[in-house]
Design a protein around this ligand. Structure first.
Ligand SMILES: *Cc1c(COP(=O)(O)O)cnc(C)c1O
Length: 395
C-alpha cells in the first residue's frame, strides 16, 4: 500500500498489524517440515481456549469454514432456515447456502448495526433451525430475552463473531457463553493468521465431530492415539484444517493481543472525540468498554455519502462500506425482502481507516478531510439528516 498523504498511511482502510516475531515463527515451522495440521495448530487451539476461558477451541482454515462447519454441527441442512442480518459480509450467507439451508434476512438497529433479540424473534418460523447474530464491529449481541424460546424450539445460536475476538459480554469473553461461536483470523481481523478461523464447540463430542469434519472426515490423530498403516474416514468432511504455518502466526499475534486491544480502543475513542463536533456525521456506537473495535463506522446523509466517499478517496483515504446489503445481491435475490433500516443505513455508512498503524496525526488528517468533504455538500448539513440513532428507518 503506497501512501499518498501521510508517512504512516491513513490511506488503507484496514491492514494486518505484525509484531515482528511472526517471521521467525514461520521459519521455525518451515524447518520442522510439518505444514498441514500439526502440533503448532494444537498449541494454538489450547492457547485460544485459555485466552477465551473455554474448554476447547477447534481451529480451521477460515472464518467462512468455521461458520459452515458450525452450522453443520448444529444440524442445519436442506429445508432449514437460518436467520441472519443482511448487513454482514457475504461469507455469512454463503456459509448458510453451503449447508443447503436458506437465509432468512433480518434488519439491524441503525444505532449499532447489530441485530437485536426482537429482530430475530420476529423472523422465526417453523423452518428455523439456527440463528446467526453477527457481532458487527466487534460488539456482542445479547440474545437473553429469547434464549429460552430458542432452546425450547431447538434452535441453535451460531455466532458470527468474525469481528469480535477478545470482546466481552456480561463480563465474559465472546465465545464463553455456551453458543457455537465462530471467529475469523483473516488478514484484516484484529488477530490475524494470514488466513484462519476457529469455532468454540458446545461440548466435547461436538469438538470431535468438528475435528473430523475439518480433516476430510478422517478420525483425528488425537482420537487414533496410535500410528497405524491406514486411516479411517468416519464421516463426510472438508479440507478445512488450519496449517501450522498460519497457526504459528496466530500464536505470536495472541501473545500481543492485549496491546492490540488497548491500541484499537484508543484509536476508536480518539475518533469518537474528534468526530463529536463534526456536523452531519454520526458515529456508530460499539460499546468500546467491552469491545475490541474492528472498525470505525460513521453515518452521513445518504444524499451525500457517495460524494463524500469519492472526496476521501481523492484525498488518498480509503474509506469503505461494510457492507452492501446481502438481500440486494444478485446471488441472494431469492431471499430478498423489505428491510427498511438496513436499506437506509447501508446508503449512509462509511468505514474510516482503522488499523494499529494509524497515528494520531493520521487520524486528525482523516477527520479533517471527512469534515471538509461533508461540509462541501450543503445538503449534508441542511436536509436529509442521517437517521437518528435508535429509530429504524425514520427519514
Ligand atoms: C471476515 C468475516 C467472515 C469470514 O471470515 P474469513 O476468515 O474471511 O473466511 C465472516 N463474517 C464476517 C462478518 C467477517 O467480517
Amino acid at each position: 500500500m503506497t501512501t499518498v498523504t501521510s508517512p504512516s498511511g491513513p490511506a488503507a482502510n484496514a491492514r494486518p498489524f505484525l509484531h515482528g516475531t511472526e517471521l521467525a515463527a514461520i521459519g521455525r515451522v518451515l524447518e520442522t517440515g510439518q505444514y498441514g495440521h500439526g502440533h503448532e495448530t494444537d498449541a494454538f487451539e489450547s492457547e485460544l481456549a485459555a485466552h477465551l476461558g473455554v474448554d476447547d477451541v477447534v481451529a480451521v482454515a477460515t472464518g467462512t469454514a468455521a461458520l459452515h462447519l458450525a452450522l453443520l454441527a448444529a444440524g442445519v441442512g436442506p429445508g432449514d432456515e437460518v436467520v441472519v442480518p443482511s448487513l454482514t459480509f457475504c461469507a455469512s450467507v454463503q456459509a448458510i447456502l453451503a449447508t443447503g439451508a436458506q437465509p432468512r434476512f433480518v434488519d439491524v438497529d441503525p444505532a449499532t448495526l447489530c441485530v437485536t433479540a426482537e429482530h430475530i424473534q420476529t423472523a422465526l418460523t417453523s423452518a428455523t433451525r439456527a440463528v446467526m447474530p453477527v457481532l458487527y464491529g466487534g460488539r456482542a449481541v445479547d440474545l437473553a430475552p429469547i434464549r429460552d424460546q430458542l432452546a425450547e424450539r431447538d434452535i441453535a445460536v451460531v455466532e458470527d463473531a468474525a469481528h469480535a475476538f477478545g470482546s466481552l459480554t456480561a463480563g465474559r469473553r465472546v465465545g464463553a457463553t455456551g453458543d457455537l461461536t465462530c471467529f475469523s483470523f483473516d488478514a484484516i481481523k484484529a488477530l490475524t493468521c494470514g488466513d484462519g478461523g476457529a469455532i468454540v464447540p458446545r461440548h466435547p463430542a461436538e469438538a470431535d465431530q468438528l475435528r473430523r469434519a475439518r480433516l476430510l472426515g478422517m478420525t483425528s490423530p488425537r482420537e487414533q492415539r496410535v500410528q497405524t498403516v491406514s486411516y479411517l474416514v468416519a464421516v463426510p468432511g472438508f479440507r478445512y484444517h488450519l496449517s501450522t504455518l498460519h497457526a504459528a502466526i496466530g500464536r505470536v499475534q495472541l501473545t500481543h493481543f492485549d496491546e492490540v486491544t488497548a491500541c484499537r480502543r484508543h484509536l476508536w475513542r480518539s475518533y469518537a472525540t474528534a468526530l463529536a463536533n463534526v456536523p452531519g456525521v454520526v458515529l456508530v456506537d460499539l460499546d468500546v468498554a467491552n469491545t475490541v473495535p474492528f472498525n470505525c463506522v460513521v453515518r452521513v446523509p445518504a444524499s451525500v455519502r457517495d460524494t463524500v466517499h469519492a472526496r476521501l478517496h481523492a484525498a488518498g483515504i480509503q474509506a469503505g462500506v461494510h457492507y452492501p446489503p446481502n438481500h440486494l445481491q444478485p446471488a441472494f435475490a431469492r431471499w430478498s425482502r423489505s428491510l427498511p433500516a438496513t436499506e437506509a443505513v447501508a446508503s449512509e455508512i462509511l468505514s474510516l481507516p482503522f488499523h494499529p498503524n494509524l497515528t494520531d496525526a493520521d487520524l486528525t488528517f482523516v477527520v479533517t478531510a471527512l469534515a471538509a468533504a461533508v461540509s462541501a455538500e450543503p445538503a449534508a448539513l441542511h436536509r436529509g439528516k442521517a437517521v437518528p440513532a435508535g429509530q429504524p428507518g425514520v427519514r
